[in-house]
Ligand binder design. Structure first.
Ligand SMILES: [Fe+2]
Length: 501
């Protein structure tokens, strides 16, 4: 083994302009992340880094002042991965806070804080986490993350649309869009620039530095409403499957380069392994699922709401793919944890947009994949203590829904609960009560709450109760919004379905 060190250039500037992060906590460790980028929006996507590798040192300590360092090492940042590093730290004690920092050349990064999970199966009285999604940079400021950083949390879960491949309308007052971010991202340079644009935001950096994160993607990390090898309705030439696979490979690589993900999540060409489980003592198990890579293309069109789409019920349609579905069902059935948390992307609850007797349903969500929904919810129903709680992004709306075992059967029992968290910024300022929200509530008795403001969901759980607080900000097109709790709902142990607190 060579012990060569690769020195940082003396005129590097601030290599930590994209921040630092940690994630994927286990009882004995976490993965740390940073990407050296002194000029984050450099049009070539290399962040202002030279072609050479650079050695990045890291330290993990029990205290903020690094008096008691418990792990240190170095990683080599190379151009092949955009000068990102992902050191995996093992040998830490369970269920406690640690502090970490990096050094490149003579520059020391800010200090991050992270936390290991309780030992597998160990008695764990309580945990708190937040979940977030959908942060179109051009749609608004990341004010919600300023407030999230001030919360008392053990974990942050991100459910996708961390970037958007397109800028759409620039709704941020006072902001401007550099020319290299005007076009839709279709290659590695384009996706790197989208991540750099998001990661350069100070509120997002602060939230990463404060807590470990567990991250997945949805569609906009690649292309609107993509499904396996089928692109959405974006740039035409990418509708050729081989070109779309190249596009996915670029998008997945850029995601890995910018997230605190373990080596197991390093993409191999147009494939990345994102369905994974993280335990939290005897209290909770987080199962992150992937509803994009293995799905059958949307039924009856591109995923928009359609009437009378019989294809939704086809037994061979899948949103998970057979291998992931079996893995999920086995895991749910075999887990001894009190709460099964499903980190999901698109809505699982039936959401009828027709005010009358007809069903007007979006087929990009689980409404387009009835067979898989019935399998998952059937598993929840069959468990003795079936505390399945699904957390969902995608909608840019807050809502609460009871999940029924089979929506085609009248009086089918409630077997699980879904909390959908709104966007951080996508959709702009939003509104509390909307006509669309009223209509959705009227047409769907199992949907109990609807709100279209921006924010995140905060969750506190113990062995008796799960509580979700919907934290919202009144505007995002200018900075500085305050935060309030718009509504709170609870689920009791052994009683699926939510009740307003
Ligand atoms: Fe979104």
């Amino acid at each position: 083994m060579s012990s060569a060190r690769f020195p940082a250039p003396r005129t590097l500037g601030d290599p930590f302009s994209l921040g630092i992060a940690s994630g994927e906590p286990t009882p004995d460790g976490v993965v740390l992340w940073t990407r050296l980028a002194p000029d984050p929006l450099a049009p070539d996507g290399y962040g202002g880094m030279p072609i050479n590798p650079v050695t990045v040192d890291y330290e993990v300590a029990e205290d903020e002042r690094f008096a008691k360092v418990v792990a240190r090492g170095s990683a080599v940042a190379t151009r092949a991965l955009g000068h990102s590093v992902h050191p995996e730290i093992a040998g830490l004690a369970p269920d406690r806070w640690y502090y970490y920092r990096f050094r490149a050349g003579s520059t020391i990064s800010p200090v991050g804080r992270t936390r290991t999970a309780p030992a597998a199966g160990s008695p764990t009285a309580r945990m708190r986490f937040a979940f977030a999604s959908c942060q179109s940079w051009s749609s608004g400021y990341y004010t919600a993350y300023e407030h999230l950083s001030a919360e008392d949390l053990d974990l942050v879960v991100h459910l996708g649309d961390y970037i958007y491949e397109s800028s759409w309308v620039l709704a941020r007052r006072g902001a401007s869009l550099p020319p290299q971010l005007e076009d839709e991202a279709v290659n590695l340079t384009g996706y790197r620039l989208r991540y750099a644009q998001a990661k350069a935001e100070i509120p997002l950096q602060a939230a990463h530095a404060r807590f470990p994160w567990l991250v997945t993607f949805d569609d906009h990390e690649v292309d609107n409403n993509w499904a396996a090898d089928r692109p959405g309705l974006g740039v035409d030439v990418y509708r050729l499957p081989p070109l779309f696979r190249r596009r996915k490979a670029a998008a997945f690589q850029a995601m890995y380069e910018h997230q605190p993900m373990r080596l197991a999540q390093l993409p191999v060409g147009p494939s990345v392994h994102l369905h994974r489980r993280y335990g939290f003592g005897d209290l909770a198990e987080f199962t992150m699922i992937d509803t994009r890579q293995y799905r059958t293309p949307q039924a009856c069109g591109d995923g928009s709401a359609v009437l009378d789409c019989a294809d939704r019920y086809a037994a061979d349609r899948t949103i998970l793919g057979a291998a992931q579905r079996d893995w999920l069902v086995d895991g749910l059935a075999g887990s001894p944890a009190r709460w099964q948390v499903l980190g999901n992307q698109v809505a699982m609850a039936q959401s009828d947009y027709d005010p009358g007797p007809a069903l007007l349903l979006g087929t990009d969500a689980w409404d387009g994949y009835i067979a898989d929904r019935n399998t998952v919810l059937g598993t929840a129903a069959d468990r003795a203590a079936g505390n399945l709680v699904v957390i969902t992004g995608d909608r840019h709306e807050n809502y609460v829904a009871d999940l029924r075992r089979d929506y085609t059967v009248s009086e089918s029992p409630v077997v699980a609960t879904e909390f959908t968290g709104t966007s951080i910024s996508t959709g702009g300022d939003g509104a509390d009560v909307t006509d669309g929200g009223r209509a959705l509530l009227a047409a769907n008795p199992d949907i109990k709450f609807h709100n279209r403001q921006r924010g995140y969901a905060r969750v506190e759980l113990d062995h008796r109760q799960w509580r979700t607080d919907f934290r919202v900000v009144p505007y995002v097109t200018r900075p500085g919004a305050p935060i309030t709790t718009r509504a709170s709902f609870v689920v009791q142990d052994g009683v699926p379905g939510a009740v307003e607190a």
